[in-house]
Design a protein around this ligand. Structure first.
Ligand code: ADP
Ligand code: ZN
Length: 223
């Protein structure tokens, strides 16, 4: 099962990916997390990516694919995974299709208005160590400014500043939104109201996934 999460920055992809991991065991593969780790480690790929990320544009496809390919080759991805932040343009979608298995593909588009996104991102705080996500009002850490999971001091991501957020939303509209039509045409797209609570969003996602899994199960049973 390959689950793809579409949706603007701040639409809640990371939260759904986490929920999917705890409910089904599919690893969460976030190209944003992979890129930030490469930047922190000062690897050659990370150094190349850093400038683009700071401006709110896309990192070049070759760099992202190199990181992703390495991650997907690991054992835990064999039976399925959730992609958070990939593909982000048509060329990336084509590269992913060329990779083939593990099928079937299920795509969720988390739909949220830009006003809500702006509010969410400016109030977001992130753990630079384990990538846990907080919101200063809706989901504050138990202890001020410290990660509940690992105790690291929380930060505001460099690209969560208002100027960069505007650029990220523009990149999303221009490069990533065209993917919605592509997956709708393939029949793998499911639209989800990203303005609901995290629990309600996941209930929707789960209903759809369980239905897809049921179909696979029954077609195997027949065959
Ligand atoms: P968000 O979805 O909130 O923008 P991410 O953590 O997914 O945050 O991505 C942060 C940045 O990393 C993006 O603005 C972009 O520069 C880069 N990035 C992440 N995924 C990709 C990708 N698939 N292709 C190109 N650049 C990417
Ligand atoms: Zn942490």
């Amino acid at each position: 099962m390959r689950i793809i999460l579409l949706g603007a920055p701040g639409s809640g992809k990371g939260t759904v990916a986490e929920d999917l991991r705890s409910a089904y065991g599919f690893p969460k593969i976030s190209t944003g997390d992979l890129l930030r780790a490469a930047v922190r480690e000062r690897t050659p790929l990370g150094l190349k990516a850093e400038a683009q990320m700071g401006k709110g544009g896309l990192v070049d496809d070759a760099t992202v694919l190199a990181l992703l390919g390495e991650r997907l080759a690991r054992e835990d991805c064999r039976d399925g995974y959730t992609l958070d932040g990939f593909p982000r343009n048509i060329a990336q979608a084509e590269s992913l299709e060329a990779l083939g298995a593990p099928g079937p593909e299920v795509v969720f588009d988390l739909q949220v208005g830009e006003d809500v996104i702006l509010r969410r991102l400016t109030n977001r705080r992130t753990c630079p160590s384990c990538e846990a996500i907080y919101h200063v009002i809706n989901k504050p850490p138990k202890k001020d400014d410290v990660c509940d999971v690992c105790g690291t001091a929380l930060v505001q991501r460099a690209d969560d500043r208002p100027e960069v957020i505007a650029e990220r939303l523009k990149t999303h509209r221009e490069k990533t939104e065209p993917l919605i039509a592509r997956y709708a045409a393939k029949g793998t797209l499911h639209r989800i109201d990203g303005g609901l609570t995290p629990a309600a969003i996941f209930a929707e996602v789960k209903k759809i996934l369980d239905a897809v899994m049921g179909e696979i199960g029954s077609s195997r049973g027949r065959g």
